[in-house]
Structures are given as C-alpha cells and as structure tokens.
Design a protein around this ligand. Sequence first.
Ligand code: SAM
Ligand code: CA
Length: 242
Amino acid sequence: MATKQEAGGHQEVGHKSLLQSDALYQYILETSVYPRENESMKELRELTAKHPWNIMTTSADEGQFLSMLLKLINAKNTMEIGVYTGYSLLATALALPDDGKILAMDINRENYELGLPVIQKAGVAHKIDFKEGPALPVLDQMIEDGKYHGSFDFIFVDADKDNYLNYHKRLIDLVKVGGIIGYDNTLWNGSVVAPPDAPLRKYVRYFRDFVLELNKALAVDPRIEICMLPVGDGITLCRRLS
Ligand code: SAM
Ligand code: CA
C-alpha cells in the first residue's frame, strides 16, 4: 500500500522485513517492484491492504519473484495451497501461458471472492480452478486417482504451517521430476532463531516448532535439492530430483 512511510518503516502491508533495514527494503520496492507492478496486481494489493487480515498477503517483491520463477521454468500446470485474497494467485495466473492451469485451494472462499473481480478483469480467471476446503483430502484423492503423479510444474504452499510436512509427503509425488515446490514463510518472522524465552506472539510461537521441523526435514530429504531464500518471510524452493 503506498501510504506514508512510518518512522523509517517500509510501507508494504503484510511484510515482515528480514533485511538489514526497512530503508533497504523500501529501496527495493520503490526501485524495481512498484514501478513495474502489473496494474491488476496493484489494484489487488491495495484492496487487500484494507482487509483486517492483510498480514497474510504475499508481498509485492515476492509476487515479482514468483512471476519470474514461473517464467524461468516455463510452468504450465501449477497448484497453490492458501489463496487468501489471491495476490500470489494473480501473480501466477499472469505469469502462466494462456492455456496454463492453477489448482487453487483454500478453506475460505469469501476472501478469494474479494479478489476475484480483479482477477477476472485481468482476463486470467479461466486458468484457475478454485476448490474450497482443506487441501489435504484433495491431495489424497488426487494420489488415489493415480492420474496426477508427477504432473505439476510448480506448487506454492502458503497455508497452515502445522500441515506443511503432511503436504510434503503428498506433493513430492504430485510434482514432476525437475518441478518445484515452494514452501512459504520458512523463516517465520525470524523466529526460527529466537531464543526459547523470546517474547513471541502466540501464533508465531505455536507454528514456529512446525516450521523448524519442516526446515530440518527438507534439509535432509534426498529426493529434493533445496534453496532457502530470504524473500518475503522466507521461501524454500524444493526441486524434485527423482
Ligand atoms: N498466498 C496468499 C496470498 O498471496 O495472499 C496468502 C495465503 S494466507 C498466508 C494462508 C491461507 O491458508 C488462508 O487464506 C487460509 O484460509 C488458508 N488455509 C488455512 N488452512 C488451510 C487448509 N487446511 N487448506 C487450505 N487452505 C488453508
Ligand atoms: Ca506467506
């Protein structure tokens, strides 16, 4: 949201900067993100900024990163777990070719429908298959069906952190060999290195153990190669090897 900068703080809604300073983050946004941000993305970002849960949104720099990544790997068939108002979903939909597909899942349809008119106006809604409900049973069904093994080029996981390892068990089967799973928020507001007695907000403390467990598991998983990036709140890219 382009509002006044507060006390040296950056303006990006929902973003917890992991950089050396907020000024540095603001520099990135102003120099290379906002001036090139797609008009619909800007509209959705500004609409989301007014929502009470805007802390959950993907930041504009991460949206730009996802867009670049999807184009680099020529992604066509993708999945997103955790949509909220759809900022990362719109970034994905805009980056895919016209016949690209996104299976998007969220337990909350209302928030998705807030952003949907912007997605429709951008002319990319036809790429999206939105399923309302918990993602895990859908993944189980897909594995049971047998039609979806190794079929996804890219999967973005940005939902319930206490289920990430459960997702990983299934997604490793559904992503294609050479394809990428991106787990979001793997630096969890920097709390992954907080001392045990650090004053953390309740939800940060609760999910921290799950994030730590995920990070450990990914680091030793021989089926993937990984890269943990300090973009947004930390994103770990996992490329399936076999
Ligand atoms: N990627 C989104 C964006 O760019 O704005 C942000 C997603 S937000 C951090 C997390 C979302 O996960 C919420 O909208 C929440 O409703 C959804 N969620 C939570 N538990 C879920 C589950 N079991 N299955 C699917 N979605 C879930
Ligand atoms: Ca996120």
